[in-house]
Design a protein around this ligand. Sequence first.
Ligand SMILES: C[S@@+](CC[C@H](N)C(=O)[O-])C[C@H]1O[C@@H](n2cnc3c(N)ncnc32)[C@H](O)[C@@H]1O
Length: 291
Amino acid sequence: MIESFYKSNNRDFTIVHGDCFDVLSQFDFKFDMVFADPPYFLSNGGISYQAGKVVCVDKGDWDKGGTAESIMEFNRNWLTLCREKLKDNGTIWISGTHHNIFSIANLLTELGYKILNVITWAKTNPPPNISCRFFTYSTEFILWARKSPKVPHKYNYELMKAINDGKQMTDVWRLSAILRWEKSCGKHPTQKPLALLSRIILASTNHNDWILDPFAGSSTTGIAANLCNRRFLGIEKEIEYVELSKRRRMEIDNEEVRCNYIKKLKDLSFIDDRLVIKEPPMEYGINELPF
Ligand SMILES: C[S@@+](CC[C@H](N)C(=O)[O-])C[C@H]1O[C@@H](n2cnc3c(N)ncnc32)[C@H](O)[C@@H]1O
């Protein structure tokens, strides 16, 4: 039986401590959107510069590489489970780098998804490249695909255009890498910026929609979802990140913190100022999830 580790008071945020392969195969529920930031399997002793010092960039045991075949199998399995959990008009977003994104794109097509876009996240403040033997890595990619080639998906075109000063939003997003204020409750080594997740969520979901993140980490997806009045289920296997997720969610129960976050997020504060008049967090009486 699945047990939630933490559920927010208004039931818009649930985090489960466990392995997503086990958890996803144990319940039946359909989501409007999935965001997945899977292990890139790159923690093999690499180094970088941080604050003038050479540091090891290993992220943790969860990111240690296997063989090409085992990584492919890992990705095929969770992509299959996530497809079963999507509504027919649902979409999935997957972040990655050149190391994993091409094989994931092939798997998406193999499994019956239809790729809609490949977003290039151009970081405005990328970390330096210390070897000076090739170009500094300053981008990550985010694949956007829908469950079914035939069923139309949600895309909030007008909103994206409005956020982009009245011009069509392109597939290149210039956004900063993670900022210090986003780590107020503790650190995750591969934490994604709230600005990135809130744009993804605003583009492809509506109020009250359900969003799943099978590799939740610090639950950036869940925090962005709740700031946008969407509902969230996250699954994370490392207890320290499940606890971090809980702290992050409890932090935005404070109205002042919540409003500050909204102010800092350009896309969200745009909505707050111009489209929606200060919506309070939603109250959900019924726990729709089966746990
Ligand atoms: C790339 S990080 C996600 C970071 C997240 N996007 C954030 O903003 O904090 C991937 C996470 O997946 C977790 N993970 C790896 N394998 C998992 C599995 N089989 N089930 C659940 N979580 C897993 C890791 O512990 C790690 O925290």
